[in-house]
Design a protein around this ligand. Sequence first.
Ligand code: CDM
Ligand code: ATP
Length: 279
Amino acid sequence: MSTLSLLAPAKLNLFLHITGQRADGYHELQTLFQLLDYGDTLHFNLRQDAQLSISPAIAGVAAEDNLILRAAKLLQQYSGCNLGADIQIDKILPLGGGLGGGSSNAATTLVGLNHLWQLQLPLHELAQLGLQLGADVPLFVEGKSAWAEGVGERLTALKIPDCWYLVLKPDCEVSTLQIFSNKQLTRNTSPITIAAVFEEGHTNDCEPVVRALYPEVDNALKWLSLKTNSRLTGTGACVFGQFADQASALQVLNELPAELTGFVAKGVNQSPCHSKLGL
Ligand SMILES: C[C@](O)(CO)[C@H](O)COP(=O)(O)OP(=O)(O)OC[C@H]1O[C@@H](n2ccc(N)nc2=O)[C@H](O)[C@@H]1O
Ligand SMILES: Nc1ncnc2c1ncn2[C@@H]1O[C@H](COP(=O)(O)OP(=O)(O)OP(=O)(O)O)[C@@H](O)[C@H]1O
């Protein structure tokens, strides 16, 4: 096999609690990660030399900073593999959206090249390797909707009941670092047990800070909460509502005011990337 196309799916944080902060500044989280059947598509073409390329460029991201190239280089170094790849991306996930796009791109690169280069590294080893690229990379490498603790890397796969989501993209980009550095951020939510995961009432501790700093996010949440329960994902900027079926979600999408865009996606318990590779 010399070519491979794989989805790099988005995730939603169905809730996000911040329970503490580590000595290195990173925050301890408890969250429920829901994978979606919607995301970027990566096309890999095998090269017999060790060259790596990515196209098209992502606006505002230098090639050497692109998480796809960083993941590919990391895997080459780690495995000692001397094969390469030309990688193309159909990018539809917004940057700074809280949908985990960059982390998902990195994870799909690790999983895709592991397959194309026939390295046969187990997923848990790729997940550990990927953590240095982003806190959400292990989730996308493992490829299962999950309960997460630590900085998001201690994962327990969970079956989330089938449902559909309307995701709104406010016209702004939120920096994860800016939100985690904010003095007003709640950092001492009491930990819950895994048994309480599906109880109502869990929220996103980043939401008040993001709403105060970004009126676009505040407006999107206000609009969506008139239709259904609405919440921020990650550190934003995207917000979402949950629906029992596709038609109900599409109906609300059709009513969006002109200043908002969005999409409807199905929640999945396994990443479409992993389903395609039979993982
Ligand atoms: C908040 C989440 O979206 C939840 O899914 C993710 O944990 C964020 O993951 P991410 O965008 O991959 O974030 P990273 O690139 O790893 O971190 C960006 C910056 O946010 C801060 N950060 C991130 C994650 C975390 N648990 N605590 C932090 O304090 C750190 O200062 C870090 O330098
Ligand atoms: N391939 C890539 N796709 C997206 N962003 C990338 C990529 N490579 C590097 N980046 C950088 O990573 C930053 C975060 O991107 P990402 O799309 O993961 O944000 P996010 O959706 O807020 O993620 P999260 O939910 O993990 O906080 C971008 O602003 C960009 O500078």
